[in-house]
Design a binder for this molecule. Sequence first.
Ligand code: DAK
Length: 259
Amino acid sequence: MPDYQDILVTAPDSGVITITLNRPEARNALCNNLLREIAETLDSTINDDSIKAVVITGGEHVFAAGADIKEMAELDAVGVMNDIRPSYWRRIAQYPKPIIAAVNGFALGGGCELMMHCDIVIAGDNAQFGQPEINLGIIPGAGGTQRLLRTVGKSMAMQLVLSGEFINAEQARDFGLVSEITIPEMSYNRALKLAKNIARKPPLAVRLAKESLLKAYETTLETGLNLERKSFTLLAATEDRNEGIAAFMEKRRPDFRGK
Ligand code: DAK
């Protein structure tokens, strides 16, 4: 992995990489360079079959305090229109392998949106979530209004976006933003354990399952069910499906090859 300035990338276990946001002095604010480094890291692993899942964390104290407000202050409307950031967000959103977030402390604004780009979220019990953009005279710009409403429903999405108030980890779990809560010191370990578990599953099935689930955000039930059926059919033609069934019958561990 190349040396990065605003993130740390490590490969703690076979099949998994960890991206750690690394701007503690700015509460991990998502400056352009940090976002670019995330997008490039993800891109570099898409065709690397040895990498099967990604963990994103900000460490034990803060996930991310949102877009870098100091950078944002320099952009006028034309600057925002020509901004390259949406392309970084798109690359994160389109990443085909599972991303698991370990969130401690603040996940605000773009930080909350980054978290919502992840597929599974493990939160430390010190986590706080919010979309405080309204306090700056702006609105969420990386999908917050859309992903939030689809996840937590209208009333809570409106509450978060219009008031800028934060919610805690338990509320976030109750509203489906988070799947599990741990003590802050354990959120990364739990996320890594999940990633390692997923990394052992048949990669083609994992990929199509993620695609199928995400499609539910943006399509009718009918279209989503069609996609699910086609993906299901496609998987019937894979060696891994035969291996999975054979291993079950023979009472042994499957050896999935991604074929
Ligand atoms: N940007 C830049 N610097 C930040 C920052 C941020 N978002 N958040 C914190 N910092 C910096 C502070 O300026 C301070 O720097 P120094 O003064 O030491 O130089 C340092 O981090 C420590 O901050 P605090 O002293 O405030 O630390 P506390 O622990 O007391 O408070 C806090 C932590 C996170 C509650 C507080 O810092 C805070 O409220 N931060 C701002 C949170 C916020 O408003 N976030 C929303 C930002 S707007 C788009 C996509 C996305 C977006 C927009 C467009 N497009 C694709 C178009 C997203 C927008 C946003 O996220």
